[in-house]
Design a protein around this ligand. Structure first.
Ligand code: SF4
Length: 336
């Protein structure tokens, strides 16, 4: 699973070490509670209820709920939900992820159309679709992503589509080829953390395999925007984060998201530090200087947080860059 599944941390046992300026220096002090900038309001709005009811009515799982995402009140009140296809049970057990692990149910053939109908009913301009890892399926679930994209194009053609996929372990080439051929607008796959922490945080995955997946998407269809994200606060070093940025840029990733890791339950990996909002801003400035078209970096940033607005900005940035390079008459051939 991906950093979309970072849940609400328990306040106990978490230390506060300050922001990026402090990463290179010694921790200032211990603080047992979550910092104020992590706190969010309880979800109570009518919009939240309406989104919840619609997801229930269509039998759709969302990563917003499964991950206990801290942004659910804000996102659902604006009718922005990230649908999680291929069921609610994951075949892996990453140390940061709140989605349940076990033997998933068979793939639901009605899911693609149900999702497209929900999207049309909500009038979404942009939708984010993700999934659990399905290592039990011969195609890792790629065919279901294709069916979802096809159903969305048929049912609500003006909606732009962002998919956030697993790594399709040991079968990523065929899976990525099939999904890219269906032409989502944005292909997101999260690296989650720095390579040194993979054995403890993301033991079922390989950093360079994920990087190659992103590279392959861009090679197969450069018009598709690529996106990836990492969680901060897991014990990574500043220079390791910079190296991940460089690796992503070498794979031509367009959009980087960085958010604070929050421990979903005491059984999950502990928070090593809370990076301050200033620390996130500083990382964001470095990422922009490294050439990403779009960067989202704040404590509550998640893969799908403000995804529609960010997509519009990213598309405008590409148009502007092309116009600068080629003159005003040549436009991007990115999918609408
Ligand atoms: S940030 Fe993403 S996962 Fe969290 S509530 Fe919003 S849409 Fe859902």
């Amino acid at each position: 699973m991906c950093s979309r599944t970072r849940g609400l941390a328990t306040p106990r046992q978490e230390s506060y070490l300050g922001g990026m300026n402090d990463i290179a220096s010694e921790p200032r002090r211990e603080r047992p509670r979550k910092p104020d900038w992590i706190r969010v309001k309880a979800p109570v709005s009518a919009g939240y209820q309406a989104t919840r009811d619609l997801m229930r009515a269509k039998g759709l799982a969302t990563v917003c709920e499964e991950a206990a995402c801290p942004n659910i009140g804000e996102c659902w009140s604006k009718k922005h939900a990230t649908v999680m296809i291929l069921g609610d049970t994951c075949t892996r057990a990453c140390a940061f992820c709140n989605v349940k692990t076990g033997m998933p149910r068979p793939v639901d053939p009605r899911e693609p159309q149900n999702l497209a109908d929900a999207c049309a009913e909500m009038g979404l301009e942009h939708i984010v679709v993700t999934s659990v890892d399905r290592d039990d399926l011969p195609d890792g679930g790629a065919r279901q992503f294709v069916k979802v994209i096809e159903a969305l194009r048929r049912t609500t053609p003006a909606t732009t589509i962002e998919i956030l996929t697993p790594d399709f372990r040991n079968k990523h080439e065929a899976a990525v080829e099939a999904i890219v051929a269906a032409r989502p607008d944005v292909y997101n796959h999260n690296l989650e953390t720095v390579p040194r922490l993979y054995p403890t945080i993301r033991p079922g995955a390989r950093y360079y395999a994920s990087l190659r997946l992103l590279e392959m998407v861009k090679r197969l269809d450069p018009s598709i925007f690529t996106k990836s994200g990492i969680m901060l606060g897991l014990g990574e070093e500043r220079l390791e984060v910079h190296q991940v940025m460089d690796d992503m840029r070498s794979a031509d990733v367009d959009f980087l998201t960085m958010g604070q890791y929050l421990r979903p339950t005491p059984k999950h990996a502990a928070v090593a530090e809370f990076v301050t909002p200033d620390g996130f801003r500083a990382y964001g400035a470095i990422a922009r200087a490294k050439g990403f078209l779009q960067v989202a970096s704040s404590p509550l940033t998640r893969s799908s947080y403000h995804a529609g607005e960010d997509f519009a900005q990213m598309r405008a940035a590409r148009e502007a860059a092309l116009e600068k390079k080629n003159g005003p008459e040549k436009k991007s051939d990115a999918p609408a």
